[in-house]
Design a protein around this ligand. Structure first.
Ligand code: HEM
Length: 148
């Protein structure tokens, strides 16, 4: 990511953060419209879930670097998603829901440059999350050692 892309994302995210409850509700509504079956994967209330999502996005967005590295906390969160049964298709659907919700909440501020920057950043984040989920969990590694 370039520094300009990072600046566009951080600026637009601060507008989102200022209306995070609305953003979260719209986002999950869109995501579950794309994949109604995914609703059953969440035990947490959607209000609480959307707060956690926004906090996690804030961590990622505020810590964005031009080399694309994620903060360690975000990597741990990514690895947990493998255990939640999240698939690459889910990330694609979530990306679609994210882009549509950004467009709705940001309105005219979601211009072409901002959209492209978000698309690249989400693409990169989801690649990292998918890769982190594919790594064996520490307990799975222990199990391998015991049986080999
Ligand atoms: C941008 C990508 C995503 C971010 C930032 C994110 C963030 C979070 C956070 C912060 C949590 C709280 C628990 C934890 O930290 O482990 C969580 C839980 C969870 N996420 Fe995600 N998530 C993302 C993508 C997805 C996708 C694509 C799915 C697909 C269905 C998903 C499904 C879940 C589920 C099932 C839980 C556990 C809910 C529960 O126990 O009730 N997440 N997510």
């Amino acid at each position: 990511m370039t520094q300009d892309e990072i600046t566009l994302i951080q600026r637009s995210f601060s507008r989102i953060f200022a209306q995070k409850a609305r953003f979260g509700a719209l986002f999950y509504e869109r995501f579950f419209a794309l994949n109604p079956e995914a609703r059953a994967m969440f035990q947490t209330s959607i209000t609480r879930q959307s707060e956690m999502l926004i906090e996690a996005l804030a961590l990622v967005v505020r810590g964005m670097r031009t080399d694309g590295a994620l903060p360690p906390k975000a990597l741990q969160m990514a690895a947990r998603h493998g255990r939640y049964g999240v698939t690459p298709d889910h990330y694609a659907q979530m990306g679609e829901a994210l882009m549509d919700t950004l467009a709705e909440v940001l309105g005219d501020a979601f211009d072409t440059e901002t959209r492209e920057a978000w698309q690249r950043a989400y693409g990169r984040l989801s690649e990292i999350m998918i890769a982190a989920a594919a790594e064996p969990a520490p307990d799975a590694m222990a199990a391998n050692r015991n049986t080999s």
